[in-house]
Write a new protein. Structure first.
Length: 378
C-alpha cells in the first residue's frame, strides 16, 4: 500500500471581495512609476522617480518592506515603463530622459548592468513600452516635438532593430497581445484627436491607425482572451452621458467602443488590472483617498468598490500577484505609499495526479495552519 502526503498552506484573506490589507510608507522615495512582481520569489521591483533621480527598490512581499535599493546614474529623468524577464534574470526600465536611456538590471545580483541611450533624436523622450518576452524584443514609444516613433529593440544587448514613425502624433499608452500577434498604441494629434495604432508583431508592420472620439484615456488593460481593451478615462466620454470619468470597453477588431460606464465623483483612472480568470477588471482612481472599482469584464457592471483609508491618495501604478490574489497600488503623494489589497481569490494549486490503477481513500487533517491530505492506495 502506497501512502502519499500532500501539504497545502491554507491561504488567509483569500476572499473574492476587495479587502484593504496594509500600507507601507516610503518617505525617502517618490512616484512609484512601475511595480514588477516576481511571483515565484515573492519579490516586487519598484521603480521610483524622486526629484529627477531614479531609484529601483527590491521589495519583500512577505515581510512587506524594502529590502534593498540601487540608484541609477541617469538624472533629471523619470521612469515611464518597466518589464521583468524572469527566464533571463533581468529588469528593464524605460526613462523619459532626453538621451532615451533604458536601464537594465540584473535582479539576481540586484545591480545595474547597463544604462544605454537607444538613439539620438533631438527633443525626444520615451513615453511607454511593451515587451515580447518570448522573442526578446521591447517596443518603445518615443515622442519628439512633432512626431512619434515605435522603436524595436533587442533586449539582450539593447540594440535598435528598426522603427515605425507616425507624423503629427504623440504616443502615450501601449499594450501587446502576443497570442494574437499584435500590439496597440494610443496616439494623439495636435488638434485634440486620438487614434489607436495597430502593429503586427511578426514583421513589425503597421496594420491600421483608427481615429477615435475619446481623448482622455489614461490607462489601458488588455483582455487577450476576449480581444478587448479596457480604458480608464480622465474626463467626459462623448455620447454616453457620462458626467465625470469612465471605464470603456474597446473591441480590438475595429476599435469601436462597445460600452462605457461612467463613475461620478472620481478624478479618473490612471491604472488598472485584469483578474486572471478574465471575468473581472479593476481600476484605481486618482482621488483622495483612492477608490478601487471591480467591474464585470463582459458588461462593465460595477460589482464592488472600496474607498481606501484616509491618507492613501492618488493612484499612480499597480500590479497584481496572480498567485496570491493581492494587488499593490503605488500612490502619487508625499510620503509615497504602497497599498496592499486582497482583490481576488487565487487559482487553487493543482496537486500531482495519484498513481493509476488503485483504490483511493482520502483523509484530511488541519495541522498548524496546513491542510494535510493523506491519500491511501491499495
Amino acid at each position: 500500500m502506497l501512502i502519499q502526503v500532500l501539504l497545502q498552506k491554507i491561504s488567509k484573506n483569500c476572499s473574492s471581495n476587495l479587502t484593504k490589507d496594509a500600507t507601507y510608507l516610503t518617505p525617502q522615495f517618490k512616484k512609484p512609476s512601475v511595480i514588477l512582481i516576481d511571483e515565484q520569489d515573492d519579490i516586487a521591483y519598484i521603480g521610483f522617480s524622486t526629484e529627477g533621480n531614479i531609484v529601483i527598490s527590491r521589495f519583500d512581499l512577505l515581510e512587506f518592506k524594502v529590502s534593498d535599493s540601487i540608484y541609477a546614474s541617469t538624472i533629471n529623468a523619470a521612469i515611464v515603463s518597466g518589464h521583468l524577464d524572469k527566464e533571463n534574470g533581468f529588469l528593464y526600465f524605460g526613462t523619459d530622459s532626453e538621451t532615451l536611456t533604458v536601464i537594465k538590471v540584473d535582479f539576481v545580483n540586484f545591480e545595474i548592468v547597463e544604462e544605454k541611450s537607444l538613439i539620438t533624436l533631438p527633443n525626444s523622450h520615451l513615453a511607454t513600452s511593451v515587451f515580447d518576452v518570448a522573442n526578446d524584443m521591447i517596443y518603445f514609444g518615443v515622442n519628439d516635438d512633432n512626431d512619434t516613433y515605435v522603436i524595436k529593440v533587442s533586449s539582450p544587448d539593447l540594440s535598435v532593430q528598426s522603427n515605425i514613425s507616425y507624423n503629427d502624433s504623440q504616443i502615450s499608452q501601449g499594450a501587446i497581445d502576443v497570442s494574437h500577434g499584435f500590439m496597440y498604441f494610443l496616439l494623439s494629434d495636435s488638434v485634440g484627436g486620438s487614434s489607436f495604432a495597430k502593429i503586427q508583431i511578426s514583421n513589425f508592420a503597421p496594420i491600421s491607425n483608427v481615429s477615435i472620439t475619446q481623448t482622455s484615456i489614461k490607462s489601458l488593460v488588455l483582455d487577450s482572451q476576449h480581444e478587448v481593451l479596457f480604458c480608464g478615462t480622465y474626463s467626459i466620454v462623448e455620447g454616453y452621458g457620462v458626467s465625470d470619468s469612465a471605464v470603456c470597453q474597446v473591441d480590438l477588431s475595429d476599435f469601436s467602443f462597445r460600452t462605457c460606464i461612467g463613475i461620478n465623483d472620481t478624478n479618473g483612472f490612471p491604472t488598472g488590472f485584469l483578474e486572471p480568470s478574465g471575468s473581472f477588471v479593476y481600476f484605481a482612481s486618482d482621488d483622495s483617498p483612492i477608490q478601487i472599482f471591480k467591474f464585470s469584464s463582459s458588461s462593465l457592471e460595477v460589482i464592488e468598490n472600496i474607498t481606501l483609508t484616509s491618507g492613501n491618495d492618488f493612484a499612480w501604478s499597480s500590479a497584481a500577484d496572480t498567485s496570491t490574489g493581492f494587488v499593490y497600488i503605488g500612490t502619487d503623494q508625499e510620503p509615497t505609499r504602497l497599498v496592499k489589497i486582497q482583490a481576488f481569490t487565487p487559482p487553487d494549486p493543482t496537486p500531482s495526479p495519484p498513481p493509476s490503477s488503485s483504490n483511493q481513500i482520502v483523509f484530511s487533517i488541519l495541522f498548524f495552519g496546513f491542510l494535510v491530505l493523506l491519500n491511501f492506495y491499495d
